[in-house]
Ligand binder design. Structure first.
Ligand SMILES: Nc1ncnc2c1ncn2[C@@H]1O[C@H](COP(=O)(O)OP(=O)(O)O)[C@@H](O)[C@H]1O
Ligand SMILES: [Mg+2]
Length: 374
């Protein structure tokens, strides 16, 4: 799939912007603080309704304005879909082909994006919460059922925790709510395990292509490995029961997928502990590039790849190796401070935009320069 065009109203530092993208590589360049990341953010919000930055929806509205609006035309297997997100009066609206959609779960699996930003280093360096958030965002795009499942899990977990905190102890009720939780636990565990298994089919080759190093893998660290109990709910309930007493001390649920994690390895080396900064960045980039293949296989579509400032952040990267990944049958929207990181061949194939203080500059000069040099 690819994004044909997008138009913004009052989104961050864009009062009004219209851009038509290329099906292949699109390069957005400009100085710092001009709106490059904001533009990628708008595309991300159009796909997922929420931003990847840690802010509220109101922060996305241009200063002193009342609303923001994002319109896009998505093309997928010959079909054009009009997508629209607009926000005013503290309420976000999601519209597909002029029909308002009420549930986030029925909106989000339509437009698939994979985003890589400098902050993604947290996926390896940060706490487990960041990695679970990654799994949840990606799996919700792949599978609208996952989003529903996760909401159900969260609801049951909250009920169970509230019950523990209330100090009541009706064993029958406690067993029942625990069984409900276990049912969802098992389903989420299976989906996450399969996802990581599939990532592993691709990631070691991608990591090697970029860095030349062998043995990269991602290891799922589930809080409980339900497969060890053959998914037998009674056996698993017994495991949970062993912790009932201590749960009344810690006032929360002891086991469950809300405590899952995963790790990155190069051979036996845990990259979070022993990797260089560059290796860590490339690990996360590899994870994201592997997902392209998963989308192809699982959803029979190519997602839109959004790369924010990837070159200035990774100096160890072998640019051309990475670019060979971009130079394929996939839409890439990439931001950069300058065009120096791109080879002439790539520039010749790309649509190049220059952004200056929230305005699009038709960059004739750079276009001519590229034409002359190629
Ligand atoms: N809600 C907003 N309204 C207006 N301007 C904003 C808003 N949020 C951020 N900005 C401005 O956007 C700019 C940063 O844009 P960003 O896309 O992060 O820059 P970069 O080009 O470096 O990626 C800053 O100048 C900031 O003041
Ligand atoms: Mg930026």
């Amino acid at each position: 799939m690819y994004l044909k065009r997008i138009s913004l109203r009052n989104f961050r530092n864009y009062s009004s912007l219209k851009i038509s993208f290329n099906k292949g590589i699109n390069i957005i360049y400009g100085n710092n603080a001009q709106g490059k990341t904001n533009l990628l953010e708008s595309i991300y919000v159009l796909a997922l309704t929420n931003t990847f930055r840690n802010v509220n929806d109101t922060n996305l509205i241009m200063y002193n304005k009342e609303f923001f609006k994002i319109d896009g035309v998505l093309k997928d297997s010959k079909l054009d879909t009009d997508l629209n997100i607009y926000y005013n009066n503290m309420k976000k609206h999601m519209v597909v082909d002029s029909n308002e959609i009420n549930k986030v779960s029925s909106y989000i699996s339509r437009m698939n994006t994979i985003l890589f930003t400098p902050d993604d280093l947290d996926i390896i360096k940060g706490p487990p919460l960041v990695r679970r958030k990654f799994l949840n965002t990606e799996l919700s795009q792949l599978y609208s059922n996952y989003y529903i499942l996760l909401s159900e899990y969260d609801k049951i977990l909250k009920m169970r925790n509230d019950y523990i905190k209330s100090g009541k102890m009706d064993i029958n009720y406690y067993d029942i709510i625990t069984s409900f939780l276990i049912e969802k636990d098992i389903l989420i565990f299976k989906i996450r395990r399969k996802f990581i298994e599939r990532i592993n089919n691709f990631c070691s080759k991608i990591f090697k292509d970029i860095t030349g190093l062998d043995g990269f893998k991602i290891v799922y660290k589930p809080n409980l490995d339900y497969s060890e109990y053959n998914y037998d709910k009674n056996k698993i309930l017994d495991i949970f029961k062993d912790k009932y007493d201590s749960e009344y001390k810690i006032l929360s649920t002891f086991y469950g997928v809300h405590k899952d994690d995963f790790e990155f390895y190069l051979g036996d080396i845990n990259l979070k502990l022993y990797g260089s900064q560059g290796q860590m960045r490339i690990s996360v980039l590899t994870l994201k590039l592997s997902e392209i293949e998963i989308f192809k296989k699982w959803k029979e579509t190519t997602p839109i790849l959004l790369l924010d400032d990837v070159f200035s952040e990774i100096d160890e990267i072998k640019n051309n190796n990475l670019l060979s990944y971009l130079n394929r049958d996939i839409q890439v929207i990439i931001t950069a401070v300058s065009l120096n990181s791109f080879s002439k061949e790539i520039l010749a194939k790309s649509k190049v935009f220059r952004i200056d203080a929230g305005k699009l500059k038709i960059d004739r000069l750079s276009k001519e320069k590229i034409d002359r040099e190629v």
